[in-house]
Design a protein around this ligand. Sequence first.
Ligand code: ZN
Length: 81
Amino acid sequence: MTKAKRSCPACGSGINGHPNKKFCDSRCKDRHHNRYNPRGYYAHLAISVEEAEAREQEAMHNEAMDAQEASESPGGFFGDG
Ligand SMILES: [Zn+2]
């Protein structure tokens, strides 16, 4: 029997307690599963780097468009049609 020191896959700190325990606490367990097998509330966190960059650029673009629209406001925006 060897008693290997286990470490939490989520945060890397040592695990004390039950031998079957895989994470240092349930929060780390949730975090780990959400990262590698995301669904529900945390699904939006599991996007690729490319997607994250695309979203960021899109947000910046939208901000720029908003600023432009504000400065070029045509006056009768709410229409008289
Ligand atoms: Zn942990």
